[in-house]
Design a binder for this molecule. Structure first.
Ligand code: ADP
Ligand code: MG
Length: 570
């Protein structure tokens, strides 16, 4: 009897935490509640950072951005059914974006859920999560926690990264086992994201295609930024001398003012290029699927694609030279195989691009200087452009419609992984989650440039920003509504039009309500002053920027995706 009383014990709570910590995962983003409240408490007591949000979706978005920035799975912890569902949006978004994250949800009792007898927050969460993530596991026994966490980590970060679901029924947490046995059951994952070496023939095939190019183009995507092989990417681009176009989150992988950047000649290079090297970027809707008029059809183009996911090849158009492997291995192999006498890019092509860039940059800089009040998007973004140039270590978070489209092209980024935005789905609501994770994971100041509508999706999380005293400056581009603030109700009835908000709302006062700094800005100078002060002090700040409610276009630059009725408009 005496021996069992002195026997050291552990339980499900501790084993989950020990398994994460053993794998160098030290931060949890989540919302506490039944049955995981104590998990968060114990995690904090055990030295983990536990960041509590006001809504699970934002905790999940934070976890996925933590994964993107660190290459370790970000952890999101939620309660059962409704909390799980809130987190699920972020899990699906992470998977879509190839961000590694693990959603850990508490769940109700299997026996009751499976017989549908009406448990507290009853839901078959595992079945629901499965189609929306890379892998989904349920743990029923404490002794399986080590293996399950190991599998979840591997699934999240190996190959093409993505989201993983871990289902932890309430009963698991209280299961007790011998502490030493428990310790032995944990797994430290060896080489969780193994290098994937490209086949030698894929390298020579790719270079054969590239060699024949007269108007080559490189497209860098966020997969290349994620890989953290910045030197290798830069060497490959510079050695090849091929102009490149960064996808939005790949901006800064090479600085946007790099002479080979073709960002300011985007439509020209998409149309006129004859060979395109895709590097960690997909030919999805963001690139018009690699076909059509914007790609210069019916002219023929040949694609080389470097990607870790073999099934990405030929997903939209024929890939003449697939190079399957991790970015670092593929590009260094290509650089080596190019040797010392790689032919330079035809001067006519680089000159054409330079000419177009110069014209476009000239046009833009004139617009940025405009000094009208209320401000338009350009003058406000011109101010932020200068600030980001002076503070290249700051991380820019960006969402909205017009606020997103304009900021993407106006604000240059100078270092890798300094721009976080709406990603593959183009969704609203990532703002505060991304900003919080960026601040927590990097310690660098964060500038979140938000449309007023976009901000609304996660706005309550400014309380979280204040609570953890994070160096986040939120700039809300307030034009009184979605796209514009000028729509009216055609019936003359009392309801506002569906796309407009309260006029002249004071988002800055929300921040002040939680003890942060709120600033109301009507001119570029006021905006500049407020943001600089926030970045210097590191104090949570929200700048409400008054933008002309007439400026902004329907759906920003993707109006073509927003069907418009030709019959019912009055
Ligand atoms: P973007 O939106 O910037 O074009 P995508 O998210 O569409 O970027 O594409 C990223 C691509 O990068 C995905 O196809 C993914 O498989 C790939 N990828 C992610 N990590 C790596 C890596 N380490 N090595 C190679 N490819 C990667
Ligand atoms: Mg707006």
């Amino acid at each position: 009897m005496a021996s069992s009383e002195t026997q050291a014990l552990t339980d499900g709570f501790h084993l989950v935490i020990d398994a994460l910590k053993l794998n160098d995962i030290n931060t949890i983003y989540g919302v506490p509640g039944i049955p995981i409240t104590d998990l968060g408490r114990i995690a904090q007591a055990e030295g983990m950072r536990v960041i509590s949000f006001r809504h699970e979706q934002h905790a999940g978005n934070a976890a996925s951005i933590a994964g993107y920035l660190t290459k370790k799975p970000g952890i999101c912890l939620t309660v059962s059914a409704p909390g799980f569902l809130n987190g699920l949006t972020a899990l699906a978004n992470a998977t879509t974006n190839c961000f590694p994250m693990i959603l850990i949800s508490g769940s109700s009792e299997r026996e009751i859920v499976d017989l549908q007898q009406g448990d507290y927050e009853e839901m078959d969460q595992l079945a629901i999560a499965k189609p929306l993530c890379k892998a989904a596991f349920r743990i029923l026994h404490a002794e399986d926690i080590g293996i399950a966490v190991a599998r979840a980590i591997r699934a999240a970060v190996s190959g093409r990264p993505g989201g993983v679901y871990l289902d932890l029924p309430a009963k698991l947490f209280a299961q007790v086992m011998d502490a030493a046995e428990g310790q032995k059951s944990l797994v430290k994952v060896v080489d969780p994201a193994p290098r994937q070496l490209p086949a030698a023939e894929s390298i020579s095939r790719a270079l054969d295609v590239l060699k024949t190019a007269e108007r080559p183009l490189i497209i860098l995507g966020k997969g290349a930024a994620y890989a953290q092989e910045d030197e290798i990417v830069r060497n490959f681009v510079e050695k090849s001398g091929v102009p490149y176009l960064p996808m939005s989150m790949a901006k800064g992988l090479l600085p946007d003012d790099h002479p080979l950047s073709a960002g300011a000649a985007r439509s020209l290079v998409l149309k006129e290029s004859d060979v395109v090297v895709m590097i960690g970027a997909r030919l999805n809707w963001l690139l018009s699927h690699g076909k059509g008029k914007s790609w210069g059809a019916p002219k023929l183009k040949r694609f080389i694609q470097v990607d870790i996911e073999p099934r990405e090849m030929d997903s939209n158009v024929e890939i003449a030279a697939p190079v399957v492997g991790d970015i670092g291995s593929c590009l260094s192999a290509m650089s080596v195989a190019m040797g010392d006498s790689w032919p330079s890019v035809p001067a006519e092509w680089t000159a054409t691009i330079k000419q177009r860039k110069d014209v476009n940059l000239e046009k833009m800089s004139a617009k940025l200087l405009s000094n009208t009040v209320p401000m338009g998007f350009h003058s406000a973004l011109g101010a932020l452009r200068t600030i980001v140039k002076q503070r290249p270590d700051a991380i820019l978070v960006n969402e909205g419609a017009n606020t997103l489209d304009f900021a993407r092209s106006i604000i240059d980024i100078y270092k890798p992984r300094k721009r976080l935005d709406v990603g593959t789905w183009g969704i609203m609501g990532i703002g505060m989650g991304a900003a919080i994770a960026a601040a927590i994971e990097t310690g660098h100041p964060v500038l979140a440039v938000e449309g007023d509508s976009a901000f609304g999706f996660s706005g309550m999380e400014i309380e979280t920003i204040c609570r953890y005293d994070l160096p986040v400056c939120v700039v809300v581009f307030n034009n009184n509504g979605i796209y514009r603030g000028t729509d009216t109700n055609p019936t003359g009835g009392p309801d506002a039009a569906p796309t407009v908000f309260v006029k002249d709302a004071r988002y800055d006062q929300m921040m002040a309500a939680f003890g942060g700094v709120g600033v109301y800005a009507t001119t570029p100078d006021e905006l500049t002053c407020a943001v600089n002060e926030a970045m210097d002090s590191g104090k949570p700040t929200l700048v409400n920027v008054v933008i002309d409610e007439n400026s902004g276009t329907e759906s920003g630059r993707i109006g073509n995706l927003n069907p418009q009725s030709v019959v019912s408009k009055k």
